[in-house]
Design a protein around this ligand. Structure first.
Ligand code: NAD
Length: 285
């Protein structure tokens, strides 16, 4: 693989551990069960939930898709989530996005019981990341952390630049890495518009990019020997590419994730791991 980080191999290792843990849980009479809540129709979500179902069933997790009509009110949706919270046979809940207009996503996410919140979107789970004690954290953020750990780099004092500050990727990644004493800068659209993005990227020992703009980061900006984790997924013609100009970045980076085949498969495996962690958390209650 040269200097490519093999996301599929990392994912495979996680899946093997997950399979073992599920067997152990089943031996104790616990079968993890994940319910995905889908409000209204969304073709992109359908692809995603089909994939979730396949992955879960392969791992021995019971998967159920709960379709809810798009004319549901916020209050009724909260009540539906409460029902899932109270159902002891359900160990994990996923809320598919987007939600119809007029429903406050954050309010619904806050309704999911933290112990069943396998996507780590409940504010309580976000809070545990701030404390440096992640319980159930967002899957993509954990995938980035897992990939960086796989390189065995010592994060202490390293200059880390996180481009993108979303609630589910940029912010939690930055917090997870600062907890390991990396010096983390968070860049976003404001950094770009102030003309400072290049300066930040050029100094990064470890660069993580989660923006969603093809080739936003020219390869020539990458510091020689840097580790590059590209979270972006962009369709360009019939190809999927990341946010980093891969061919030139690969020449300068010591290690780099490809797109596809980098962060994506690890994120999928981490979701399964979160489902197992949730089932174990419920066991302790
Ligand atoms: P988002 O849209 O919530 O956030 C985008 C971020 O990029 C924001 O912080 C914004 O300020 C910043 N940004 C926008 N334009 C910029 C610019 N010109 N310069 C610097 N920063 C800029 O996105 P998200 O949900 O975090 O997702 C980011 C990307 O990661 C998307 O391509 C998404 O498809 C991908 N993604 C991949 C996985 C995976 O498993 N591989 C999972 C989640 C998201």
């Amino acid at each position: 693989m040269g200097n490519l980080i093999d996301g599929k191999a990392i994912a495979e290792k996680i899946r093997e551990e997950v399979n073992k843990e599920i067997e152990e849980l089943k031996a104790e009479g616990i079968t993890p069960k994940l319910v995905a809540v889908q409000v209204g129709e969304d073709p992109a979500s359908a692809v995603y939930t089909n994939q979730q179902k396949k992955n879960c069933e392969k791992a021995g997790i019971v998967y159920e898709l709960k379709n809810i009509s798009s004319d549901i009110t916020e209050g009724h949706l909260m009540a539906e989530i409460e029902k899932l919270n109270n159902d002891k046979s359900i160990t994990g809940i996923i809320l598919q996005l987007p939600l119809p207009q007029g429903i406050d996503v954050k309010k619904i996410q806050a309704t999911i019981l933290p112990e069943k919140d396998v996507e780590g979107v409940n504010p309580a789970n976000m809070g545990w990341i701030v404390y440096g004690m992640p319980h159930l954290a967002p899957c993509t953020a954990l995938a980035v952390k897992e990939i960086i750990d796989s390189t065995e780099v010592n994060l202490y004092g390293k200059d880390v630049v996180m481009v993108g500050h979303s609630d589910i990727v940029g912010k939690p990644v930055a917090l997870l890495l600062v907890s390991q004493f990396a010096t983390v800068s968070i860049c976003h659209i404001g950094t770009s518009e102030a003309g400072m993005l290049e300066d930040y990227v050029r100094r990064a020992d470890i660069l993580i990019v989660a923006v969603g703009k093809a080739n936003l980061i020219p390869g020539s900006w990458i510091k020689e020997g840097a580790i590059v984790v590209d979270v972006g997924i962009n369709r360009v013609g019939d190809k999927i590419v990341g946010d980093v100009e891969f061919e030139t970045a690969k020449e300068r980076a010591s290690l780099i994730t490809p797109v596809p085949g980098g962060v994506g498969p690890v994120t999928t495996a981490i979701l399964l791991r979160n489902v197992v962690r949730a089932a174990k958390w419920a066991k302790k209650q």
